[in-house]
Design a protein. Structure first.
Length: 425
């Protein structure tokens, strides 16, 4: 008995095939132009080259046929389809199969992150790529070879268009590629172009660009206020971002639901985004770098950057921002070598347990639009010798991904240093 497989596809075409059995051998099935002529060939894999249909008047068929790959691999994959189809066995000389649907290759797709040529990447980054229509599985490859192709092993991610986190070496350039598969064949991302990225000399403890799963392991979101119009916490939001599609709006979630873009931040807010604990034992340097945008009503509303070596303690140290930017995100960093731990008497290096945090607070006065938005947070340590300094210069102007809609006339953006701050128990 012959058997076949029917694969549905939105872009598939319907063909009439005639199969001829000669002396028990399996002939290759080919499309019949107009259904009025028979084509047979010796045993082999059935395919649909353009030359086979040069006399077919159906232009849509001609345009699509180049996207198809092998069909009807052998006799065990053939079977009658549809009402009235004739069952075939070795005793029957000729029979017809109606219909047969052919499967196109997976559609073209692109890699997403890390960007091609990106530097300063985490040694535990994840690879991300767009979905390919028609793909049933994906595979990725990465290596350090200097070539236009990936020579490393290919690893399947099933139907998931993401891989990682990986375990990579510091200060190393990697090349990577992804391919999408289905029964018809394989499509390589970016038309086969291999991308590169270079890992940081620093050891990346954590990074957050708000494009993937949020929040990542190690981060916690806390609302310490009981007066801020519900439970407000940081959320992954497409209302405002730097570079990608999403940013971290410090009040982006209210009572479990995403806050609507353009809605003002609440009064009496006190929302925290905390990472830790993490060890700095053996580190010779450490930085928390980040990109931020603020738009606040007055100087009592602030975005704080904090650090402590004891989560249960009531004192955290760092600095804050206030004001309303007009057109740009900015960059800044928290230096872990500055004496802000052990009660402000020592640096936060060579300690077994350290925490960093972002905090947004507002008073009871009229509020402005966003308050504070974060992006591209990177916490990194230098674990051997000295690492190249790549800290952003305070006040760097960075382009933003959307138009600002200020409710009030902007006022100066200020960076305010503070010593320790006592938190309410």
């Amino acid at each position: 008995m012959f058997r076949t497989r029917m694969v549905t596809s939105m872009t598939a075409i319907l063909l009439v095939f005639t199969i001829s059995l000669l002396t028990g051998s399996v002939a290759r099935a080919e499309p019949v132009a107009g259904g009025d002529s028979l084509h047979t060939q010796p045993n082999g894999i059935a395919s649909v080259p353009v030359s086979m249909v040069s006399d077919v008047k159906n232009e849509s068929f001609k345009e699509m046929v180049s996207d198809f790959r092998s069909l009807l691999q052998n006799r065990t994959e053939l079977a009658p389809m549809g009402p009235g189809a004739i069952a075939c066995d070795d005793a029957i000389y000729e029979c017809s199969y109606l219909p047969i649907i052919m499967t196109p290759l997976p559609s073209d797709f692109d890699k997403v992150s890390p960007n091609n040529g990106a530097t300063g990447q985490s040694t535990s980054l994840s690879l991300d790529w767009a979905d390919s229509s028609g793909a049933t599985s994906y595979e990725y490859c990465y290596d350090t070879a200097v070539s236009g192709t990936c020579t490393g092993s290919w690893t399947s991610t099933g139907s998931t268009s993401q891989a990682g986190p990986l375990s990579l070496a510091n200060s190393t350039t990697y090349r990577w590629q992804v391919r999408a598969n289905n029964a018809a064949g394989t499509t390589y991302a970016d038309s086969g172009t291999v991308w590169t990225f270079t890992t940081d000399a620093w050891t990346i403890v954590t990074s957050e660009n708000f494009e993937g799963t949020f929040p990542q392991t190690g981060w916690s979101r806390i609302d310490r206020s009981t007066l801020d119009e519900g439970v407000n916490i940081i959320g992954k939001s497409d209302c405002k971002s730097y570079g990608g599609d999403y940013g971290g709006w410090m009040v982006g979630v209210r009572d479990g639901a995403d806050r609507i873009c353009g809605v003002s931040y609440p009064n009496l807010a006190d929302t925290w985004f905390i990472y830790g604990p993490f060890s700095t034992v053996g580190a010779t340097d450490g930085l928390l770098t980040f990109i931020y945008y603020t738009c606040m009503t007055d100087t009592d509303d602030r975005l704080y950057v904090r650090i402590t070596d004891n989560y249960s303690a009531t004192t955290w140290q760092g600095f804050s921002f206030t004001g309303c930017g007009t057109t740009s995100f900015k960059s800044d960093y928290l230096d872990l070598s500055v004496p802000r731990c052990l009660g402000g008497t020592a640096s936060c290096l060579n300690l077994p347990s350290v925490y960093v945090a972002f905090q947004f607070v507002s008073d009871s006065a009229t509020t402005n639009q966003y308050g504070a938005v974060l992006d591209n947070i990177v916490l990194k340590l230098c674990m051997s010798g000295s690492c190249p300094t790549s800290s952003p210069v305070y006040g760097d102007e960075l382009p933003q991904s959307d138009a600002i809609q200020d409710f009030l006339v902007p006022f100066a953006l200020n960076r305010i240093e503070f010593g320790s701050i006592t938190l309410e128990e």
